[in-house]
Design a protein around this ligand. Structure first.
Ligand SMILES: NC(=O)c1ccc[n+]([C@@H]2O[C@H](COP(=O)([O-])OP(=O)(O)OC[C@H]3O[C@@H](n4cnc5c(N)ncnc54)[C@H](OP(=O)(O)O)[C@@H]3O)[C@@H](O)[C@H]2O)c1
Length: 308
């Protein structure tokens, strides 16, 4: 079958290759992939050096179950699904653990569903980490990306007053429609905030932290700039005294991916979550879309279709 494989060339991170169709394990369904999305973390991994032997990118897929799991778990053949395999999703077929799959209702297309897994799971779990949002003030940095759009819409719906940082008004257009106050620099964000969700790194981390109220919490979930943060102990006394900085990893949760994917699908089907698909293309264009994502030319999620 056809699959996208790492090239090791930063100018064209992936290219089509022929690989063996996966043979599903007992607890895996075989999914014919119709659409997948690409994420910044995957771009970083592909940039990370030589193509890892056996590295098969692709964590977010949507498509049709063509073979149900042999152990009887999960969806039946013929059901449409969204899935979050640990890799191998940028291909015609993917074998996916049934506890990483959720069934799609007719109203949710494969394109919409493919935008959900990594970014949506992260947003859902960020909100779970931050706790009750009703009446709380929340600052989201790097908000124009995939995670930022989901977290903003869900936090506003939960009653938070959300301030979102995007590079330009255009990149923040949907965030404003979701009800966030959109600013284009942390310095313009105001505050103090009860919670900050920070994923940019570099000097943004310290600048966002400075806007926390005393004993507030910064949920630290990424470093999109790839620049580490530098923090000054003494600066905390000027505002975020006794603040908490909480490292966040979306994989480190007790809930199953299947349950949280099903929750995301329900939110979309119920009109309460609107994936922002800033780029939709055929999978021939994946390398170009990865470059656009890397260079901040995609707002929300980028989805590629296989034509299946
Ligand atoms: N901890 C976890 O478990 C976890 C899970 C998923 C994702 N992540 C991380 O969370 C972050 C957001 O993920 P995502 O999928 O939403 O990524 P994304 O779609 O690429 O969004 C990242 C956003 O960061 C902003 N940004 C600001 N300064 C940047 C810079 N110097 N370089 C690149 N981007 C910059 C960009 O917005 P503007 O151009 O508008 O400023 C961009 O839209 C990423 O760093 C990702 O690696 C972490």
């Amino acid at each position: 079958m056809k699959a996208l494989l790492p090239t090791g060339d930063p100018a064209k991170l992936v290219a089509f290759g022929e690989v063996e169709q996966p043979r599903p394990g007992p607890g895996q369904a075989l999914v014919k992939v119709e659409a997948f999305s690409v994420n910044r973390g995957e771009v970083f991994r592909l940039h990370g050096g030589l193509p890892g032997v056996g590295l098969r990118p692709g964590k977010d897929v949507a498509g049709l179950v063509v073979q149900a799991a042999a152990d009887g778990s999960g969806p039946r053949a013929g059901q449409r699904v969204v899935g979050h395999p640990p890799g191998g999703g940028w291909a015609q077929y993917a074998a996916v653990d049934t506890d990483r799959l959720a069934v799609l209702p007719d109203s949710v297309s494969a394109v919409t569903a493919a935008a959900l897994p990594l970014a949506g799971l992260t947003a859902l779990r960020l909100l779970r980490t931050a706790g009750a949002m009703g009446g709380r003030s929340l600052l989201v940095t790097g908000a124009s990306g995939g995670v930022g759009h989901y977290v903003t819409e869900l936090a506003v719906a939960a009653g938070a007053e959300v301030t979102a940082v995007s590079a330009t008004p255009e990149r923040g257009r949907r965030l404003a429609e979701f009800g966030a106050a959109v600013v284009h620099d942390v310095a313009a964000a105001g505050g103090p905030f009860d919670t900050v969700m920070e994923s940019v790194g570099g000097d943004t981390t310290a600048r966002a932290l400075a806007l926390l109220r005393p004993r507030g919490e910064l949920v630290w979930f990424g470093q999109a700039s790839r620049q580490p943060a530098a923090l000054d102990f003494f600066a905390f006394f000027e505002g975020p005294s006794s603040a908490t900085i909480r490292h966040f990893h979306y994989e480190d949760f007790p809930e199953s991916y299947a349950a949280d994917l099903a929750a995301l699908v329900r939110l979309v089907a119920g009109g309460r979550l609107h994936p922002e698909i800033g780029r939709l293309a055929g999978w021939d264009d994946t390398a170009a879309v990865l470059a656009d994502l890397h260079d901040r030319r995609v707002a929300g999620n980028a989805v590629l279709t296989t034509g299946a």
